[in-house]
Design a protein around this ligand. Structure first.
Ligand SMILES: Nc1ncnc2c1ncn2[C@@H]1O[C@H](COP(=O)(O)OP(=O)(O)OP(=O)(O)O)[C@@H](O)[C@H]1O
Ligand SMILES: [Mg+2]
Length: 281
């Protein structure tokens, strides 16, 4: 059986009187990509801050790699990577020197930095001053920095938000490579396609509560109660009908039909069904 990388049990977090997280529980196996999905303000970053020991809470337990998140030693923290939009860097230093500084800190060879920079398409920009980088370049620089010392668990807080599709794909590829190397990845996102493509398991968060958890395909199937199919006709038109009505349509129009495809709901549909609200807000 695989070891648990993260075990969150009944976590409650308040800011002043406001309950930001309400009885959150989930477990993440070692080597898994876990997607944490929810609209803005639902508590994703708060959860990351708790799991990485940056924020305390008043009820529950958060255990990461067998250790309480409230009690992480320097040795444990070195095994945890974090990329968020509040991660800092040295603005006046070049992209490269920001990273070399880190690699020296951990006693890791420069070639590791070079390899990672090539993977995310930043090698040719390595001599740019960090403050002059675009948002996407900064995000990739911070991702590289978090990977330098090969963390066992990495938290990626919306790593592709605001990035163009090609750059997002580059990051997706890197995330899958990390998984192949055995890294546990905690990924928050608003992007349903990203979650469906990358995640082994995911949790849907709404106003500080977990409303669903499971594999993307299982969730999609579970909420596929109102099954529909798309019918393509020889004359080029198509129509969507309820699965329950398919028999009638076939009886009437079979000779005109080229193909029939089931149309599955997306995770976005699942989220709307559960909460009545959109995910990407
Ligand atoms: N330091 C803080 N002090 C007070 N309230 C906070 C603090 N940090 C977060 N909150 C509140 O907690 C709730 C959850 O915020 P959080 O940043 O975790 O959301 P999020 O899901 O990461 O949103 P986004 O997608 O916009 O990043 C929000 O209502 C937010 O206003
Ligand atoms: Mg956030």
């Amino acid at each position: 059986m695989r070891e648990k990388a993260i075990d969150a049990r009944h976590i409650k977090k308040k800011f002043e009187k406001d309950l930001a997280l309400d009885d959150i529980s989930f477990t993440i196996d070692e080597g898994e990509i876990f997607g944490f999905l929810g609209p803005s303000g639902s508590g994703k970053t708060t959860t990351i801050n708790i799991l990485t020991g940056q924020l305390n809470f008043y009820k529950g337990d958060a255990v990461i790699m067998g250790k309480s998140s409230q009690n992480l030693s320097a040795e444990h923290l070195e095994k945890i990577g974090l990329v968020s939009d509040t991660s800092g860097f040295y603005e006046k230093m070049t992209l490269y020197n920001n990273l070399i500084f880190y690699s020296k800190f951990y006693g890791i060879q420069k070639s590791r930095v070079d390899d990672l920079l090539k993977k995310v398409g930043l090698y040719d920009s390595r001599n740019k001053v960090a403050e002059k980088l675009s948002t996407g370049m900064k995000q990739r620089m911070l991702l590289v920095r978090a990977l330098i010392n090969r963390p066992k668990v990495i938290f990626l807080d919306e790593p592709t938000s605001g990035l163009d599709p090609a750059t997002s794909r580059m990051i997706h590829k890197l995330i899958l490579e990390l998984k192949a190397a055995g890294t546990t990845i905690f990924l928050t996102t608003h992007d349903m396609n990203e979650a469906t493509l990358l995640c082994d398991n995911l949790a849907l968060l709404h106003k500080g509560r977990l409303v669903e958890e499971g594999k993307p395909s299982e969730l999609i199937q579970k909420y596929n109660v109102d099954k529909k199919v798309i019918i393509h006709y020889f004359d080029g038109h198509q129509k969507t009908v309820a699965f329950a009505d398919l028999g009638l349509v076939l009886a009437d129009e079979l000779e005109n039909i080229v193909s029939i495809h089931s149309c599955e709901p997306t995770l976005e549909d699942v989220f709307i069904t559960l909460t009545g609200g959109k995910l990407n807000v």
